[in-house]
Design a protein around this ligand. Structure first.
Ligand SMILES: Cc1ncc(COP(=O)(O)O)c(C=O)c1O
Length: 498
């Protein structure tokens, strides 16, 4: 029997057509269904601690697929409708819901297009998920060193001319992988690069983990799907308003075998993908389409106000559009505030910690010289004023004489000795860190965030790399992914197995 609690349901003014999945999920949660399927809690019965801490509403909506609720592995009902609306919102041909973040979208994107031995051109400042996708697919990386801002000590995006040279030198390259934007908001000349790739029969695959909002405001950098890229992985959860882990894989299907993409997603996606996450994409998409322009205008205004105010604090400098004087930063996402703290003689790691521990302010990351603050849809003027006040206090109470010493004036370009997949399957041994110079790394080591490997499996370890890792350790960066968390040793390829 179908019983709707109309009193609750009437709160929702939107139609099934506007939010097909979210609306169906709500209706389903209000039906008086006797459940003999998974999940093993029967809606909000059985696990009181979860009801109490998460709320009955959430527990009622935590369901699995059923005849009316469609199935993400082979959608032909409301999930299909919701995915079509997502594709329309991003002006592309197809969209797939992804419930394990852009990590999974990147894995599926590369797995579906890159066969073992295929060359893929990509910047070195990629997220670890890309290296892992190459382990899965057996692709061969051809790295391009991104541009670099020496003062901030951060990698930017790719310079068009470098991309052109590498594409021309690698006629057999199958795809170019790009970031739009970098973690710090720098975008390259995507339009020109896409044209170049089309002329050379090279696919354009884009990591838009930090650009889910681009398509919804004209003062933000252009989004890759509108410009005709072949595929894009977007973290709708990062800057689009969906629940954490909710991402999408977007496709322009002219050069893409969409059935292969679907197959790859199904290999990597749970057969019990979370409806809460998928429905949150549906709701976030609706919001971006309906309210994105206004909400993002507000975010941009707040961000510009924050920049002006923070720049008045002695020792601190906010850098956004100024990055454009560099190559590889042709467009900038101004909602990302890169706040340089060198002049306080405090590292970004220290300021990140002070903001969190002493002022209840959480920013996205701290690195050696900067913190990164994201102004999102929903950020308020009060939040911004709290950030400004806290930085003023930090400058007053904690700044030290002098300036943070520049430690890595150049970016490190490790030499590739083995493909990531070859390195992954080889025998390895743990070797004392100082004895690893000239050995091939068997693991990734990175500061997280941003999650960009300092060294990846298959790359040659140099003294420069070891010194940089030691510096990060000394400055208490959050180093991850290595076997020995103390970093007294590094996992390297066993010499006998080379
Ligand atoms: C550039 C970049 N790509 C991909 C990812 C992975 O995204 P997700 O956290 O949605 O899996 C991240 C995560 O921080 C990222 O920074």
């Amino acid at each position: 029997m179908q019983v709707y609690d109309n009193a609750i349901y009437e709160n929702t003014k939107l139609s099934d057509k506007e939010i097909p999945l979210l609306s169906a999920l709500k209706k389903y949660s209000l039906r008086d269904i006797s459940c003999f399927d998974v999940p093993g809690h029967v809606k909000d019965q059985g696990v009181d601690v979860l009801n109490n801490y998460l709320g009955n509403h959430i527990m009622n909506m935590d369901i699995n697929s059923s005849p009316t609720m469609d199935n993400v592995s082979n959608p032909n009902g409301i999930i299909n409708e919701a995915q079509n609306l997502l594709a329309k919102a991003y002006k592309c041909d197809e969209a797939f819901f992804i419930t394990n973040g852009t990590t999974q979208a990147i894995h599926a994107m590369i797995l579906s297009m890159i066969r073992p031995g295929d060359k893929i051109v990509l910047p070195r400042n990629i997220h670890k998920s890309v290296i892992n996708a190459l382990i899965l697919s057996g692709g061969v990386p051809v790295f391009i060193q991104p541009e670099f801002d020496e003062y901030l000590g951060i990698s930017l995006n790719l310079d068009f001319n470098k991309v052109k040279k590498v594409i021309e030198e690698n006629e057999d390259a199958k795809a170019l992988f790009l970031l739009n934007p970098t973690y710090y908001g720098a975008c390259t000349e995507l339009k020109k690069i896409i044209k170049l790739c089309k002329e050379n029969d090279v696919l354009v695959l884009v990591d838009e983990a930090h650009g889910a909002h681009f398509a919804f405001h004209d003062e933000l950098p252009p989004s890759s799907m509108e410009l005709g890229a072949d595929m894009s992985a977007v973290s709708i959860h990062k800057t689009g308003g969906a629940l954490t882990q909710a991402s999408a894989l977007l496709v322009n299907n002219k050069n893409i075998d969409v059935s292969k993409v679907r197959q790859s997603i199904n290999m990597l996606q749970s057969t019990s993908a979370s409806y809460l996450l998928m429905a949150s994409i549906d709701g976030a998409r609706y919001n971006l389409v309906e309210n994105g322009q206004n909400q993002l205008s507000e975010a941009l205004n707040l961000s510009r106000y924050a920049k002006a105010e923070i720049n008045k604090i002695k020792g601190i400098k906010v850098v956004s559009t100024e990055l454009k004087h560099n190559k590889g930063a042709n467009f900038i996402d101004e909602t990302k505030l890169c706040i340089n703290t060198k002049g306080l003689n405090l590292t970004g790691f220290e300021v990140y910690d002070l903001l969190y521990k002493k002022f209840d302010v959480q920013v996205e990351l701290g690195d050696l010289y900067n913190i990164l603050a994201l102004v999102a849809i929903g950020t308020t003027k009060n939040d911004i004023d709290k950030l400004i006040d806290s930085l003023e206090q930090i400058a007053k109470l904690f700044a030290k004489d002098g300036i943070v010493k520049q430690i890595n004036p150049k970016q490190i370009t490790p030499e590739i000795k083995l493909n990531p997949r070859e390195a992954f399957y080889m025998e390895k041994e743990s070797v004392e860190i100082d004895k690893c110079i000239n050995r091939i790394s068997g693991e990734s080591i990175m500061a997280y965030p941003p999650g960009i490997p300092i060294v990846a499996p298959g790359e040659l370890i140099t003294k420069e790399i070891i010194d940089y890792i030691k510096t990060l350790k000394e400055k208490e960066a959050h180093l991850t992914d290595m076997k020995d968390k103390s970093l007294k040793t590094i996992l390297v390829i066993n010499d006998k197995d080379k």
